[in-house]
Design a protein around this ligand. Structure first.
Ligand code: 13P
Ligand code: SF4
Length: 337
């Protein structure tokens, strides 16, 4: 076994995960729960994870809730069932804890769309502007950011910035454009986008709404403006979930990653949830990055405590300031995990 682990570790950089065979007859849920106790570990999962991972998690949430949990946990090991920038954020917020991510290559198209060295040059053109970055960005980009935001608190964060200050918003142009409309602030937008939220088809959603006139159409603010303009409600994943619980409608057309439907169905079993159709012929709205994590990889990451998120001290120190600033405004505005 030592040899297998050695080879698997060597492959880690190439493959991004421990490539070790897992006995297919093993009860993964039981083993994962055992490892949680043995290692005093907590599993934090984003709503976009596959349903089996959500079911074994200790906390399921949106990016803001997950950050708040990562900061407050007393577990020795944080197992992050999400994507790379989320695990990095957890490490920055709780640097003495070991943070593992089942697959290091679980990235994000938004984070990739804004490389820190290029952004640094861009930012130099606007020396008096406040930099607001969506939390979906790399740790290095956070070192160039004044205050972070998530889709839950973005409006409150923008409103917390003095009116006479110019703002650069990175990296999501769709969330940025939505915020310009909501807050009336004239912001300079970085040209990034989420590959999952940009694929929804206006035409197919319109047809679906005609077929289901009773349905509410709900959308995440990472969607494009022409999709958001059709929505009865716009919000972060947690806000969308709460809306489906509180709204009296029985049917919802949901424009975000399909993983959230699991919690919507659990919370309101008598209601119907229809994933909004994308422009391509694929029937699903899966994030390929989020879905790189599997139960097997989750189990292996807990057993061997690998792949681990390691950040340089200066990145943690400098990068965390913008997350702290965000959490402070969020706490004052009453956002709780
Ligand atoms: P929230 O978790 O803020 O809803 O954002 C969704 C998302 O795209 C995460 O990658
Ligand atoms: Fe990134 Fe979009 Fe996937 Fe979220 S859903 S991790 S923003 S690519």
């Amino acid at each position: 076994m030592a040899e297998v682990l050695f080879t698997a570790k060597k492959n880690l950089n190439k493959k991004g995960y421990l490539d070790i065979d897992v006995d297919p007859t093993m009860d993964l849920v039981e083993e994962i729960n055992k490892l949680k106790k043995e290692k005093n570990a907590i599993i934090l999962a984003h709503y976009y994870q596959e349903s089996e991972i959500q079911d074994v998690a200790d906390y399921i949430g949106d990016s803001l809730g997950l950050s708040q949990k990562a900061e407050s946990t007393e577990a020795d090991m944080i197992v992050f069932a999400g994507v790379h920038f989320m695990a990095e954020t957890a490490k920055m917020l709780n640097p003495t804890k070991k943070v593992v991510l089942p697959d290091l290559k679980a990235g994000c198209s938004l984070a990739d769309s804004c490389p820190a060295p290029i952004f640094k040059k861009f930012k130099e053109k606007y020396p008096d502007h406040v930099v607001v970055s969506y939390i979906n960005c790399t740790a290095e980009l956070k070192t160039l950011t004044d205050i972070c935001c998530t889709s839950s608190n973005a409006e409150a964060i923008i409103n917390s910035i003095p009116k006479d200050k110019g703002i650069i918003f990175a990296p999501d142009k769709n969330l940025g454009a939505y915020l310009v409309k909501k807050t009336g602030r004239d912001m300079i937008l970085w040209n990034g986008a989420c590959m999952v939220h940009e694929i929804f088809s206006h035409e197919k959603i319109t047809k679906l709404m005609v077929r289901h006139p009773e349905a509410k159409f709900i959308a995440h603010p990472e969607c494009e403006a022409h999709i958001l303009n059709m929505a009865h409600f716009i919000g972060s994943t947690t806000q969308l979930l709460k809306y489906t619980q509180n709204d009296p409608s029985d049917t919802f057309i949901v424009a975000t990653e399909s993983g959230i439907l699991h919690q919507m169905e659990l919370a309101s079993p008598h209601k119907t949830f229809i994933p909004a159709p994308p422009t391509n012929n694929c029937a699903c709205n899966d994030c390929p990055h989020m879905k790189r994590n599997t139960m097997e990889k989750l189990y292996l990451s807990m057993k061997y405590e690998l792949p681990e998120i390691i950040l340089e001290d200066w990145v943690i120190e400098k990068g965390r300031k913008c997350i702290d600033a965000m959490l402070e405004v969020s706490a004052k505005a009453g956002f709780k995990a």
